[in-house]
Design a protein around this ligand. Structure first.
Ligand SMILES: Nc1ncnc2c1ncn2[C@@H]1O[C@H](COP(=O)(O)OP(=O)(O)OP(=O)(O)O)[C@@H](O)[C@H]1O
Ligand SMILES: [Mg+2]
Ligand SMILES: [Zn+2]
Length: 293
């Protein structure tokens, strides 16, 4: 598995280098000689011809060195632009692939999107629009560390929309996202306390506190001991201090969430424009006969 990822990382690295080169070529086509070619001390503009795009202003630079002439020509700017765009797309696709793999999206939710969420009522519609808007202006949300709470009844599509949000910020903005739950976090931390654990508690905590967006499900259920819950709060708090957005999902009503995670943390969660989206209608599972979880 990891060798595949390494393959992808080196591919991304190669594409990055290619993008830098193409950008330099594009600058050259626009009249700026790349720094490494400044030794060419003569230049002129001639008319170049591209099979596809016709005539273009071509830059020719040259120098004479011990009786020999060395010269370079700029390429058709349209061709270079197209190559640059295609290379950027290729890199983006690889990044999205890698980020999606790491996001931990459960198979049963893999197809969930904003498009296939049916807003059954006004509140559902409002929540859908809020999350779509959040994804759309992700760079702003990220800068402000805007967090969200999705609170409400079972089967109302909280996970569906959280997955849609995750996929959207990965695809549109190449953000690093992780979907997890209180139980998973506690289990991961607990495993580090075992004698032969390869990872330290700090490793695990730093994974959760470094993702651009962390989505934590099942908030409000007391799974662990007090010390384990403290670690969970520590993760949320560290993210708050680093101004990193977190999305909490809970079956509890907003007031009850405050009781469980504390008013201070709840306030912090919705600071910076954050909001609590309430999902308070009957389960989609029963109304649409969707497979029960
Ligand atoms: N409005 C909707 N439109 C389309 N599918 C929906 C909608 N609401 C829920 N679903 C689907 O119903 C199933 C249950 O939804 P989901 O797991 O997102 O609910 P939930 O609010 O997280 O529930 P719980 O609180 O029990 O975890 C999923 O397969 C989801 O895709
Ligand atoms: Mg759920
Ligand atoms: Zn061309």
């Amino acid at each position: 598995m990891s060798y595949i990822n390494n393959g992808r990382s080196s591919q991304i690295l190669a594409l990055k280098t290619r993008i830098t080169t193409l950008q330099e070529e594009l600058d050259f086509a626009g009249g700026t000689t790349p720094a490494m070619d400044r030794c060419y001390d003569n230049q002129e503009t001639i008319t170049g011809s591209c099979k596809e795009h016709g005539d273009f202003n071509q830059l020719r630079i040259w120098m004479k060195f011990s009786g020999r002439m060395s010269e370079k020509f700029s390429r058709c700017p349209h061709c270079v632009s197209a190559e640059l765009e295609a290379t950027k797309n290729e890199m983006r696709a690889l990044q999205v692939e890698g980020l999606t793999e790491k996001a931990n999206i459960p198979d049963r939710f893999a197809d969930c999107s904003f498009e296939n969420y049916e807003a059954a009522n006004k509140s559902a519609h409002r929540n859908l629009e809020m999350l779509k808007a959040y994804a759309k202006v992700w760079p702003k949300m990220y800068d402000a560390g805007t967090s969200l709470i999705l609170s409400g009844k079972p089967g109302t599509g909280k996970n569906h929309l959280a997955v849609a949000l995750a996929k959207s910020v990965i695809e549109k903005h190449q953000a690093s996202v992780l979907l997890t739950s209180v139980m998973r976090i506690i289990r991961a931390v607990r495993r580090t306390w075992e004698k032969d654990s390869e990872r330290s508690e700090e490793d695990v905590i730093s994974l959760y506190t470094s993702m651009d967006l962390l989505i934590i499900d099942e908030v409000g259920i007391q799974y662990g001991s007090e010390s384990e819950m403290i670690i969970l709060f520590d993760i949320m708090n560290t993210r708050y201090e680093r101004m990193l957005p977190t999305v909490l999902i809970s079956n509890l009503a907003p007031g009850e969430i405050s009781q469980v995670i504390g008013d201070r943390l709840t306030d912090r969660m919705v600071e910076g424009g954050g909001a609590t989206l309430v999902f308070d209608w009957p389960s989609y599972r029963s109304t649409k006969g969707a497979p029960a979880v």
